[in-house]
Design a binder for this molecule. Structure first.
Ligand code: HEM
Length: 410
């Protein structure tokens, strides 16, 4: 049986780090949408599971990020002394206008559909080189050996990170995901977050020096020059947002490729269809994003009292979580069996990249990377099989949904 259609039993409505929730959140979401679509959790957060409320909260200016206040409320006033939280507070992702508008405006041109389309040949080259190396081996982990290298290489290109510095990033850990989960971090996890942040900040300070002396045609040079101008961004903002840009696309895109491939191989009719009609790849990527999104949740804060959100009153200052993965399975928007993978589904408009002013900057880049990666894999290794599609193991994070490994052979 497709694990997406099993029932959820009587577990608490929203328990996102429970193993059964991580393994398959969709029956839990279905129960939330049906019974309490704006659910107040014991931790005092409102969780929206229907498409209507998720979409509204993302786009409505009565909701914002209010990051510092929200974080202090959760952890206490000393939390902003922790470097990793201070750094995250400067991410454009955590800012409200006008700072958000200023920071996003500095980099948005590098991510337009046209600029990203121009990168397609380079993306194809990276995928082909990876496969040239792997195909003679007859087996691989699709996550570590295949999906991981592509987004890291492309963002290194965009940031102007020299080739000889990259090996450390390819070997880097993928353990930062806990920082985003809606459950407070332990002191040990905060310590690890600070250490990771310090290492990244140290490397990027060196890169800034390099690009000040030898400017290039890359995003780092562009941002270093904006910082030198004085009024456009501070040194802390520069470092924090380069770290954001560097990290935001890794795990997310790796997991779009991994979750998409798992869905495809678990649905052999859809796999056969895509092999027979490769031109369906663009719609297939939207369906993969909808079917099992690599980002499951994002949050906002009510900036004023909200009288009615799906029947609930939300007082000013309260956190509202938006379950993107649940909105993507809402029958109100996808009346034709939302639990089914259908790469020909019409009008697939998943909320996996968010919506409103924070809509994912890297959406088009991620789509093209996944398109090239998956279609090239199917073409070059047509007899690839997954070794264990049934028991695939998920990473223990909730916001970022992805597999620990996905072993394949041919
Ligand atoms: C924002 C998802 C890939 C950079 C977001 C948001 C989501 C998201 C949901 C909005 C969060 C919110 O509203 O609070 C994804 C997914 C990806 C992906 C599912 C891949 C499948 C990328 C890539 C990059 C990137 C490749 C860059 C190289 C960003 C940045 C923001 C963002 C900078 C913040 C934008 C802002 O605050 O204005 N992403 N992302 N993402 N994403 Fe992505």
């Amino acid at each position: 049986m497709n694990e997406h259609v099993q029932t959820a039993g009587s577990a608490p409505l929203f328990n996102p780090l429970a193993p059964e929730f991580i393994r398959n959140p969709y029956p839990h979401y279905e129960r939330m949408r049906a019974t309490d679509p704006v659910h107040l959790t014991p931790l005092g957060m409102y969780v929206c599971s229907r498409h209507a409320e998720v979409s509204l909260v993302l786009r409505d200016r009565r909701f914002g990020k209010n990051y510092v206040e929200r974080t202090i409320r959760r952890y206490g006033p000393k939390i902003m002394d922790e470097p990793v939280f201070r750094s995250m507070s400067h991410w454009m992702l955590q800012q409200d206008p006008p700072d958000h508008t200023r920071l996003r405006g500095l980099v948005v041109k590098a991510f337009t559909a046209r600029r990203v389309e121009d990168m397609r040949p380079r993306i194809q080259q990276v995928v082909d080189q990876t496969l040239d190396h792997i195909i003679p081996q007859g087996k691989m982990d699709l996550i570590e050996d295949f999906a991981f290298r592509l987004p890291v290489t492309i963002i290194c290109d965009m940031l102007g990170i020299p080739e000889e510095h990259r090996e450390a990033f390819y070997a880097g850990s993928r353990d930062g995901g806990r920082l985003l989960d809606p459950v407070p971090l332990s002191p040990e996890e905060i310590k690890q977050g600070n250490a990771g942040n310090a290492m990244a900040a140290m490397y990027f300070q060196q890169l800034f020096e390099l690009r000040r002396k030898n400017p290039g045609d890359d995003l780092t040079t562009q941002l270093v020059q904006a910082e030198e101008d004085g009024s456009k961004l501070s040194n802390e903002e520069l470092t924090a947002n380069i770290i954001l840009l560097f990290g935001a696309g890794h795990e997310t895109t790796v997991n779009l490729i991994g979750n998409g491939l798992l869905a495809l191989y678990r649905n052999p009719d859809q796999l056969a269809l895509l092999k027979a009609r490769p031109e369906l790849i663009t719609n297939a990527i939207e369906e993969f994003l909808r079917y099992d999104s690599s980002v499951q949740l994002t949050g906002r804060v009510a900036l004023e009292d909200i009288d009615d959100l799906g029947g609930k009153r939300i007082p000013k200052g309260e956190s509202v979580l938006c379950l993107l993965g649940s909105a993507n399975h809402d029958q109100a928007v996808y009346p034709d069996s939302p639990e089914r993978l259908d790469i020909t589904r019409p009008n697939v408009k998943p909320l996996s990249f968010g919506g409103g002013i924070h809509f994912c900057l890297g959406a088009q880049l991620a789509r093209i990377e996944a398109e090239v990666a998956i279609s090239t894999l199917l073409r070059r290794i047509p007899d690839l099989r997954l070794d264990d599609a049934v028991n695939a193991e998920w990473r223990p994070t909730f916001v970022l949904r992805g597999l620990k490994r996905l072993l394949a052979s041919w």
